[in-house]
Design a protein around this ligand. Structure first.
Ligand code: GLN
Length: 456
């Protein structure tokens, strides 16, 4: 209760500036914390008893408003709990509230949220004109953890939404293998790419949280029926004898020198710990971004068809049913979401399906095959997490393509379904955090945690 109280006070003090929480559930949190204390007193503590966490507002929480950062869900209170958050509850975690995000998780800066932008806690108080973004879409989750407004948080990653905000806020996050965590009860963006995962201060905290979040769920047909390993035991395992791949194609033209230096430094650390550094090639990596920005909007346009003004949240009156749909969707969706729906319906339309969607699916298979080949030579791959440190709120706003370039290092892992971890590895010239990314084989998060632990 004392710990929960302290976090609630910190939220009260700092959230008006950071805007990381959309909803704070203080009363519920204190009641749950008291129940945790009672269990501890009886010697019946569970794995996460009394640990205060924040929940990205994309996870449905029974009895607590869930917005997905969108007006279209206005006032939606789910009558059910997502499997991932239910797993955390089962283990005794205390939920402080629901965390801000880009609308329907579409964005890289948390600026598309209908509930306002989130500020990166690394913004300098003495430079109010240069407020930094926390990254996105899990900007609220990363900012809350970095500012100590939660000990950890849930997040989701469709193209980088766990790893990029973690890197921008100087914390750690893992997108597990596709299928490791159930997607049931998480508002869908692009179903073949979406994965839930934790963000927290350390690699070890991530391992502890993921253990609790993961596991087979009959309610999600894509959830893997595999045992959940003790990830925590892997964190300190070391990297002696591991082969670490360095993809040549990620040395982009114009890669910022400080990002290149960070990467070299990280590889040097791993070599010093006994890993072997192996140059590899992922020849189709350069097509990953355009492939993602066809596949993700296509799936999004289909998933978002359900918001029709009838079943959920917002409803605008119309002269007939079609008019009701149109008015509700025009009013309820923000500009970025509308852009994705238009791109998605376009690439799926009869005349363009073969040229765009089908082509993207084929390239996705090639990207996946590149990784298959790499796993013959290496045990993990290390790359930068992002092409830059956190940028200012007014940068990259006008041009969606510039914003999409943020995901250049992260989308491949989603397209191939592989686990990817972002871990802080240094600071840029202005003292802002920079992260490295560790990608592993499917369902081998343990090696990813071992490499992450060595970099940290
Ligand atoms: N930034 C990417 C996008 O806008 C990824 C978002 C995500 O992973 N949810 O689609």
């Amino acid at each position: 209760v004392e710990l929960t109280q302290a976090f609630l006070e910190a939220i009260e003090r700092l959230n008006p500036r950071l805007n990381a929480y959309i909803t704070v559930t203080g009363e519920k949190a204190l009641a749950d914390a008291a129940a945790s204390d009672a269990r501890r007193a009886k010697g019946e503590a569970r794995a996460l008893d009394g640990i205060p966490l924040g929940i990205k507002d994309l996870f449905c929480t029974e009895g607590t408003r869930t917005t997905a950062g969108s007006n279209i869900l206005g006032g939606f209170v789910p009558p059910y709990e997502s499997t991932v958050s239910a797993n955390l509850k089962r283990d005794g975690a205390v939920f402080l509230g629901k965390l801000n995000l880009d609308e329907f998780a579409m964005g890289s800066s948390n600026q598309t949220s209908a509930f306002g932008a989130v500020e990166n806690p690394w913004s300098r108080a003495n430079d109010p004109d240069r407020r930094l973004v926390p990254g996105g879409s899990s900007g609220g989750s990363a900012a809350a953890v970095a500012a100590r407004l939660a000990m950890g948080a849930t997040a989701t990653d469709t193209g980088g939404s766990i790893r990029q905000p973690a890197a921008f806020c100087g914390i750690t996050g893992i997108k597990p293998t596709y299928g490791r965590c159930s997607r049931w009860g998480i508002v869908a963006f692009a179903s073949s790419l979406d994965q839930a995962g934790p963000v927290a201060r350390t690699v070890e905290d991530n391992a502890i949280l993921l253990r609790s979040m993961a596991g087979h769920d009959p309610k999600d047909s894509t959830s893997a029926n595999l045992p959940v390993p003790d990830f925590r035991a892997a964190v300190g395992r070391g990297v002696k004898g591991l082969r670490i791949g360095v993809p040549a194609e990620y040395r982009l033209d114009g890669l910022a020198p400080e990002i290149a230096a960070l990467w070299d430094q990280g590889l040097e650390w791993l070599r010093a710990e006994g890993a072997e550094i192996v140059p590899i090639s992922l020849p189709h990596a350069k097509y990953a971004l355009p492939t993602y920005y066809v596949v993700a909007p296509a799936e999004a346009s289909s998933n978002l068809a359900r918001y029709d003004g009838v079943r959920f949240g917002l409803r605008e009156n119309g002269s007939d049913l079609k008019d009701l749909y149109e008015r509700t969707r025009a009013r309820g969706f923000g500009a970025e979401v509308r852009r994705r729906i238009m791109i998605g319906t376009y690439v799926l339309s009869a005349g363009y399906y073969d040229a765009y969607y089908l082509k993207a699916q084929k390239v996705r298979a090639l990207i996946r095959r590149d990784f298959e080949e790499a796993w013959g030579k290496v045990d993990a791959i290390v790359t930068p997490a992002t092409p830059s440190a956190a940028f200012a709120m007014d940068e990259k706003q006008d041009d969606p393509v510039t914003m999409y370039l943020n995901d250049v290092f992260t989308v491949t892992a989603n397209l191939a379904g592989l686990p990817g971890l972002a871990v802080p590895a240094g600071l840029d010239g202005q003292g802002l955090p920079l992260g490295l990314q560790v990608i592993g084989r499917a369902f081998d998060e343990e090696t990813v945690f071992a490499v992450g632990g060595a970099i940290e």
